[in-house]
Design a protein. Structure first.
Length: 413
């Protein structure tokens, strides 16, 4: 089992963010809000601990929000409580996300390492100070590099850097005061990656920016005050970035993730392999024994549900069609792709024969390949994976008798 702990606090809302988070005020008010959160979180942990006691935990992931806004001792206390209920794998991976500015506060990185965190995910997003301002980030490139160096000094030998590509340009005086910033180009993205690999992290997550409805950045772009790179430039950034990272020893193992040998994120791999996971905290999702539920995306409503022990009551049962689609979607996110024997064993059908038209068209267009008993998307296929999956889902729906026909697999965007 995997355990995810959502820490919903941030110092400020990033311009692109759509995850549930709330601004944590400084001083006494912030400390009281954090204490209320931790009290409810431990009550939720105890609720599930009593019901799932003895299950093995392979990984714990503190995500957010900004987990580095909590005292490292609080993370250690949560880890200790989890160990009291569950059997931890001997090599359990325990990750905490951190932002550079808060990670550098008061020896947090040293305390987090002592508390049992053995993998660090640093949210850098960019090394360009103007772009960081546009994104609403509170750190600059210098503090990002300082946080990385301090993490090494604290004993972290498994560090991931989060970066974003496909960043917009903006007229002078807009968000963050960016002065006439042009949309990011392929050469600009490769410059960011060169700076990242010079630090020699074990892992790099490279996410394409998505304009989420309601975010400040989406509103700026909708008002034509910021401009995204063109589709062709976005495609070249993704393909060239992947080639560059692999040339420097970072193997792509998932659509947006690259790692040196032996350092793939085991927690996220667990999601993509369809393992059970328990989510704690507001907005956290859980999937256990073919049932799924999501906690309230609101601190007060989540705390009320914890008090009333109304947790997991609205769980959705994952029917065979949903599980089939999810297996396909998650496996095709990974570079290894879909194990054809596993598919046949799970669904009593030969994948390549059953979906011959689709799989042949994908291979003919260089978007997929079959190798060593696996069907996998190429890097070019990853770039249009949403379109590819829509074709497969249409075929699955048709086979289930939900609708006839489907998109023409001979044409790919």
């Amino acid at each position: 089992m995997l355990v995810y702990v959502h820490v919903p606090f941030c110092r400020a809302k990033c311009a692109y963010c759509a995850f549930y988070s709330t601004v944590l005020p400084r001083g006494r008010a912030g400390r009281e809000r954090a204490r209320a959160y931790l009290s409810a979180l431990l009550a939720e942990l105890h609720f599930w601990g009593r019901r799932l006691e003895g299950r093995e935990v392979e990984s714990v992931f503190f995500g957010g929000g900004t987990p580095s806004l909590l005292p490292a001792s609080a993370l250690g206390g949560i880890i200790a409580e989890l160990r009291g209920y569950f059997s931890f794998a001997p090599d359990a991976e325990i990750t905490a996300e951190a932002n550079p500015e808060s990670a550098l506060d008061s020896g947090w990185l040293f305390a987090a390492r002592d508390a049992g965190v053995n993998r660090l995910s640093l949210g850098l997003q960019s090394f360009d100070d103007a772009r960081l301002g546009l994104l609403g980030r509170l750190h600059d490139a210098r503090s990002a590099e300082a946080a990385f160096a301090t993490a090494r000094s604290a004993g972290f030998n498994n560090i991931s850097l989060d970066l974003m590509w496909g960043l917009p340009g903006c007229r002078a005086g807009e968000q963050g005061g960016a002065a006439g910033l042009s949309p990011q180009s392929q050469s600009g993205w490769l410059s960011e990656l060169r700076r990242a690999v010079e630090l020699r992290p074990e892992h790099i997550s490279a996410y394409g920016l998505t304009l989420e409805e309601g975010s400040a950045l989406a509103e700026l772009c909708a008002a034509d005050r910021c401009q995204m790179p063109g589709e062709g430039e976005l495609g070249s950034m993704y393909l060239a970035g992947g080639d560059f990272l692999e040339s420097r020893g970072y193997m792509q193992y998932e659509i947006s993730n690259y790692a040196r040998m032996g350092f793939a994120c085991r927690h996220n791999l667990g999601y993509w392999q369809g393992k059970d996971y328990l989510g704690l905290g507001p907005a956290a999702a859980s999937t256990l024994e073919e049932k799924r539920w999501t906690n309230a995306e609101d601190m007060d409503r989540w705390r009320a549900a914890v008090r009333e022990k109304a947790l997991g009551g609205d769980a959705e049962s994952l029917d065979p069609l949903k599980r089939k689609k999810e297996m396909l979607m998650l496996r095709l996110r990974m570079n290894k792709g879909l194990d054809l024997r596993s598919w046949s064993a799970a669904w009593q059908e030969p994948f390549l024969a059953r979906y011959r038209q689709l799989t042949a068209a994908l291979q003919l267009n260089g978007l997929a390949a079959v190798r060593s008993g696996r069907f996998r998307l190429t890097r070019a296929g990853f770039l249009v994976s949403d379109t590819i999956l829509s074709h497969f889902f249409a075929a699955l729906d048709e086979a289930a008798g939900l609708r006839g026909g489907g998109p023409d697999p001979g044409r790919w965007k």
